[in-house]
Design a protein around this ligand. Structure first.
Ligand SMILES: [Zn+2]
Length: 137
């Protein structure tokens, strides 16, 4: 039986993350990233990286989808698929995104996606051990 996240099939998340990668605005790095975030109620928010001529203003795909979801009232997340153009290795979320996503829980499943559709799964807890979060304040 196919793996699902809040009722959303893994294959759907992979497809949506790969598709969102096509919207990437990355004229400087040429590093395209797409994401697909699943909320507890099964809603999926996609995102892509959006760069800026003032480089520091860039935002990653993971944060784009999470900001979209939070701004629509969601705070409980189950999984996020992250797709890059890398073929030899799996692209992983940057440190800022790991910290940003951990604000809403470290049980989040992070699904890394290659263009071929191959996936690798980790929990955010595995990617960001000993995270600093809301309970530390
Ligand atoms: Zn990032």
């Amino acid at each position: 039986m196919a793996q699902t996240f809040a009722g959303v099939p893994l294959a759907t998340l992979v497809e949506k993350a790969l598709g969102a990668r096509g919207h990437s605005y990355s004229p400087y790095s040429k590093f395209r990233v797409g994401s697909a975030l699943v909320t507890k109620d099964g809603t999926v928010y996609t995102g892509c990286n959006v760069e800026n001529a003032s480089y520091g203003g860039a935002i990653c795909a993971e944060r784009t989808s999470m900001v979209k979801a939070v701004s629509e009232g969601h705070r409980d997340f189950v999984a996020i698929a992250v797709a890059t153009d890398l073929t030899e290795t799996f692209g992983t979320p940057c440190g800022i995104c790991r910290q940003f996503m951990s604000e809403f829980g470290t049980d989040l499943v992070v699904i890394l996606v290659k263009p071929s559709g191959d996936v690798q799964q980790h929990t955010l807890k595995q990617l960001l051990p000993l995270a600093f979060g809301p309970s530390d304040l």
